[in-house]
Design a protein around this ligand. Structure first.
Ligand code: AMP
Ligand code: ZN
Length: 114
């Protein structure tokens, strides 16, 4: 999608600190990190949010989650624990409407989230 910031990052039309890329996804450092590790995993295909997906997308969504888990392992936070977050829609706190998985860790997370 032409005016989507995460599509532009995935297409490398605007700069970002990419930490992983494969045929379906890219992962890059969040510009405003909320934890010592804060990486975003985004699909190359433009999808607004998980709310648009259906059963046929199970593999697509699973790939994003497993990529997040692999990044956590690579960054050394798998043993201490981490959080994978999909903010969805207005009340979910979503601000960028291109599906993304936050990988957050390197410090204890609180519950419930604010
Ligand atoms: P959300 O509130 O779940 O939609 O999260 C959007 C995230 O994207 C926020 O954590 C922002 O800090 C992050 N973000 C926005 N623009 C950029 C950018 N150009 N590069 C990296 N991260 C970004
Ligand atoms: Zn997009």
């Amino acid at each position: 999608m032409s005016d989507c910031i995460f599509c532009k990052i995935a297409e490398k039309k605007i700069p970002s600190k990419i930490v992983h890329e494969d045929d379906r996804a890219v992962a890059f450092e969040d510009i405003n990190p909320q934890a010592p590790v804060h990486v975003l995993v985004v699909p190359k295909r433009h999808v607004q949010s998980v709310a648009e997906l259906n059963a046929a997308d199970a593999g697509f969504l699973g790939h994003l989650l497993l990529t997040g888990a692999a990044i956590a392992k690579q960054r050394g936070i798998a043993d201490s624990g981490y959080r994978l977050v999909l903010n969805t829609g207005k009340h979910g706190g979503q601000t960028v409407f291109h599906l993304h998985v936050h990988v957050l860790g390197g410090r204890p997370m609180h519950w419930p989230p604010g």
